[in-house]
Write a protein that binds this ligand. Structure first.
Ligand code: PMP
Length: 392
């Protein structure tokens, strides 16, 4: 039997067993609606507020009311960007973001341009770090919102959010941070890091899929994008998905307690993996920042071959990885993130993303490191682009 090694955690993570156990009673035992005033409702409301407090504690929010539950990272990003834009259009119509954001930020911004808003996309350097002086220059008197991700799920690069927040606040704009790839994997404190809005997704921290949260700092002017019965302080109507919300709360509590030790373990595995690849495979390179990167992120590229054929060959050896963001894998276009850090189309196509998680260990890393050089060599041997010296 071949070994099976899953290294595609960013695309989907297992739900922690303790999270499943916490969720189970809320399907068929505690099924009340948090809006009801009877005791079933009170029990549900208590669970909802406990989950909210746990998420608030994970990101260092001052008050738990500042956390709103949504259906995931995509909705949180849409609510933050459209919500701030619509509510503040009397102050200005300009938004600043970056060239490496997730498609839910990119496309929310694109949508707003059809409604009279202007968007500036600030470039990043070759490691994927936002060019802070360019960002500062891009802000005008009409800027109402700046949206910069905490860390990029594809290349792992972490942004200097606190410094960006200081600049944004000096100019009286709001700072939204898509922290989906980072929350639960590294410490984040919204108060200290000058963050007004923060997007979180449950499945990216071993919680269930289809639930997320948006932190909205008190005093941040925002309008709902989903209208209805007025749940979540009127900012996100709809009956709360209580089992999922309870699961997200439990996942937040576990992450807060365990992420430091787990992060250190993953950094060791990550760095061993990267070093091993770069040392054993000629013409291989690391994408993203060498040190300022997510503990679980490895993005490497190999000249002369296609990531897709590498993925399929590795799959036959029991190894799961990806060519980039699962959200954009339906298109044949190379990743906009890899192009934004200056890679050519063929370099972007030759990139592979391995994302590590709780179930990976050192033997997994050794297994991939032993399999990868042969796979790369074999594919290079049949690629017309490969120079002769690499095929021998
Ligand atoms: N932002 C980032 C940085 C992401 O990596 C993702 C995907 N996990 C999202 C937003 C979208 O989150 P969701 O899939 O929960 O809608």
């Amino acid at each position: 039997m071949i070994r099976r090694v899953y290294m595609d955690y960013t695309a989907g993570m297992p739900v922690d067993q303790r999270v499943i156990e916490a969720m189970l009673p809320y399907f068929s035992q505690n099924y009340g609606n948090p809006s009801s005033i009877h005791s079933w409702g009170n029990e549900a409301r208590k669970a909802l507020e406990e989950a909210r407090a746990r998420v608030a504690a994970l990101v260092g929010a001052k008050k738990s009311e500042e956390v709103l539950f949504t259906s995931g990272g995509t909705e949180s990003n849409n609510l933050a960007i459209k919500g701030v834009a619509y509510r503040n259009k009397d102050k200005g119509n300009h938004i600043v973001t970056t060239t490496i954001e997730h498609m839910s930020v990119m496309n929310a911004c694109k949508h707003l341009t059809k409604q009279g808003f202007n968007v500036t996309y600030v470039p990043v350097d070759k490691h994927g770090v936002v060019e802070v002086p360019s960002l500062e220059k891009a802000i005008t008197d009409k800027t109402i919102l700046v949206s910069v991700m905490y860390a990029n799920g594809e290349i792992g690069t972490i942004q200097p959010i606190k410094e960006i927040g200081e600049i944004v606040h000096k100019r009286k704009a709001f700072l939204h941070v898509d922290a989906v790839a980072a929350v639960g994997h590294m410490p984040i404190t919204v108060e200290e890091e000058n963050i007004d809005l923060l997007s979180i997704s449950s499945n990216d921290m071993y919680g269930p899929k289809g639930v997320g949260a948006l932190y909205v700092k008190t005093g941040t002017r925002i309008e709902p994008i989903i209208h209805g019965g007025g749940q979540e302080r009127g900012l996100r109507s709809g009956t709360e998905n209580l089992p999922a919300v309870v699961g997200m709360g439990k996942a937040a509590e576990i992450a807060k307690a365990e992420m430091k030790v787990e992060g250190q373990r993953l950094v060791r595995l990550r760095d061993k993996f990267i070093k091993g690849v770069l040392q054993t495979i000629p013409s291989s390179y690391l994408n993203g920042h060498p040190t300022q990167r997510l503990p679980n992120n490895i993005n490497v590229r190999f000249s002369y071959i296609e990531g897709e054929s590498l993925i399929l060959s590795l799959d036959m050896l029991g190894i799961a990885c990806s060519s980039g963001s699962a959200c954009t894998s339906k298109t044949l276009e190379p990743s906009h993130v890899l192009l934004a850090i200056g890679l050519k189309h063929e370099e972007a196509h030759g990139s592979l993303l391995f994302t590590l998680g709780k179930q990976n260990n050192e033997e997994d890393v050794d297994y991939v490191l032993s399999a990868l050089p042969d796979v790369v060599k074999r594919l290079r041997a049949i690629s017309p682009l490969t120079p002769k010296e690499l095929t021998q």
